[in-house]
Design a protein around this ligand. Structure first.
Ligand SMILES: O=C(O)c1cc(=O)[nH]c(=O)n1[C@@H]1O[C@H](COP(=O)(O)O)[C@@H](O)[C@H]1O
Length: 269
């Protein structure tokens, strides 16, 4: 983030985007699209975030492409956040952790998005493996979609909001870490004043904050600065379609990512 600006480029190969790029909506189109994005931005941005669903929809051939994206990140020293939003009962979570967080797994990037909505404690096996292997997690806290509020703004029996309870669990895991701990949160750049309204203390999390919603979902510099306030130096802004729509030319993609990174850096300075 210090070197390239606080931007994560989302790799979301929607079928419609493949079409816009003149590519077939199959695993060969997916591969061309994804590797072209890596060609354009690897080594030039803080991180990339392949969205697993767009690879899974092409079956095993699609997952093989996701493995290639992870390998390309490793080869170029570009951090890869695998956006698979996994979350399950602890015993099954262990298997997801093996797939996405263990050394030697072809699907293991540098971090994984996880859902704490089966109870934060159910993520235990992922937390343990991430910490043991030097990887990170981003737990969904205040998501960018409007429907998220019905769960995340609800109050637990203790009277705190679900989102604040998630943030407190991450903060406890990151206590004492410097400069930031390995258990980050997902906080959408589109949430307005929801962090304040739900009692989530973003700065106290002491972990990175992945902020999707930039670009296609309408958030820009103003929203980033307003949502994150004092926690802005922890923020990794994430944009997928906002950058990908500039394709298919590698140079145009690179320029779009550079502009988005500069904008995020200015907003979060
Ligand atoms: O975890 C995420 O990345 C995520 C969380 C969230 O609250 N909102 C959100 O949009 N995302 C993901 O971020 C990406 C946003 O894509 P664009 O709207 O095209 O920039 C998608 O891959 C979403 O799945």
């Amino acid at each position: 983030m210090d070197e390239h600006g606080p931007l994560c480029v989302g790799i979301d190969p929607h079928g419609s985007l493949l079409g816009d790029w003149g590519l077939p909506d199959d695993a060969t189109g997916l591969r061309e699209f994804s590797l072209r994005v890596m060609d354009a931005v690897a080594g030039r941005v803080a991180a990339v975030k392949p969205q697993a669903a767009f690879f899974e929809r092409h079956g095993s051939a699609g997952l093989a492409v996701l493995e290639e994206v992870v390998a390309a990140g490793r080869a170029t020293g570009t951090l890869v956040v695998v956006d698979a939003k996994r979350g399950d009962i602890g015993s099954t979570m262990g298997a997801y952790a093996d797939a996405y967080l263990s050394d030697g797994s072809p699907l293991a990037g540098d971090a994984l998005t996880v859902s704490p909505y089966l109870g934060f404690g159910s993520l235990g096996p992922a937390v343990e493996l991430a910490l043991a292997t030097g990887r990170g997690l981003f737990a969904l806290c205040l998501t960018s979609n409007p429907e998220g509020a019905e769960v995340q703004h609800a109050r637990t029996a203790d009277g705190v909001t679900v989102a604040a309870a998630v943030a407190a669990r991450a903060a406890a895991l990151n206590e004492g870490a410097s400069p930031l701990g390995s258990v980050g949160l997902v906080v959408g750049a589109t949430i307005g004043d929801a962090a304040r309204a739900t009692g989530v203390d973003l700065a106290a999390v002491n972990g990175p904050l992945l902020a999707p919603g930039v670009g296609a979902q309408g958030a820009g510099a103003r929203e980033l600065a307003a949502v994150f306030g004092d926690a802005r130096r922890q923020v990794l802004a994430s944009s997928s379609r906002g950058v990908l729509r500039a394709g298919p030319e590698v140079g145009a993609l690179r320029d779009a990512a550079g502009r988005a990174a500069a904008e995020a850096a200015a907003a979060l300075r």
